[in-house]
Design a protein around this ligand. Structure first.
Ligand code: PRP
Ligand code: URA
Length: 211
């Protein structure tokens, strides 16, 4: 699946979570939990094609060969702030994953991303970077974050977002055709303020109770 640029993961459980998640009445605590649950399902898909290595397992009856993703392969890279809401859930799947942070916010007038922080674990040729951000709107933030990752030497990058607008998907395809994008929903359009419609509002504000 990672061969195609866009994968819309439409698992029934995920669709149910998204219905709850989008609701304007959904309180912060539940919203956070739902972001984590959807991120888990997306992370399974985003890592489905990763190479595995053999690992011996002693069952109660005999020895067998299992498979696992090599330790230290995966690096999680949340885009601050809202991407932080996805980290704990994905790290529960990959407990050895390193975590890098990219700080970006959108200028409310120009919608251009403004960079304020960048720190990632030491590079490795085989490392796979899962960039986490719930919202792919104009695509400016994801594109800039991935450009920074590439500038610092990262080669294998995948973007995991909950809700995307067509403009963001197009931007990613244009700027980073080598980066597969995994989302739970492809929404209709952006409004004049760059918010996704129908969307779920401002993901960072809803996760952290700011506004
Ligand atoms: C949101 C979201 C993305 C970005 C998406 O972050 O988490 O990073 O907007 O928009 P784009 O695709 O048009 O760039 P925001 O700028 O609100 O910052 P925050 O997470 O710190 O609130
Ligand atoms: N950022 C958000 O948090 N929500 C949107 O709809 C667009 C950008």
């Amino acid at each position: 699946m990672a061969a195609s640029h866009l994968t819309v993961v439409s698992h029934a459980a995920e669709q149910r979570h998204l219905v709850l998640h989008r609701g304007v009445e959904t309180p912060t605590r539940e919203f956070r939990q739902l972001v984590g649950e959807i991120a888990t399902l997306l992370a399974y898909e985003a890592t489905r094609t990763l190479e595995t290595e053999p690992v011996p397992v002693q069952t109660p009856l005999e020895t067998m060969e299992g498979r696992r993703i090599p330790r230290d392969t995966i690096v999680l890279v949340p885009i601050l702030r809202a991407g932080l809401g996805m980290v704990d859930a994905v790290a529960a799947l990959f407990p050895n994953a390193g975590v890098g942070h990219i700080g970006l916010y959108r200028n409310e007038e120009t919608l251009e991303p403004v960079s304020y922080y960048f720190k990632i674990p030491p590079l490795g040729a085989d490392k796979v970077y899962l960039v986490l951000d719930p919202m792919l709107a104009t695509g400016g933030s994801a594109s800039a974050a991935i450009a920074k990752l590439k500038d610092s030497g990262a080669r294998h990058i995948r973007l995991v977002s909950l809700v995307a607008a067509p403009a963001g998907v197009e931007r990613m395809k244009r700027d980073h055709p080598d980066v597969p994008v995994f989302i739970a929903a492809l929404d209709r359009e952006l409004n004049e303020h760059g918010y996704i419609l129908p969307g779920l509002g401002d993901a960072g504000d809803r996760l952290f109770g700011t506004q």
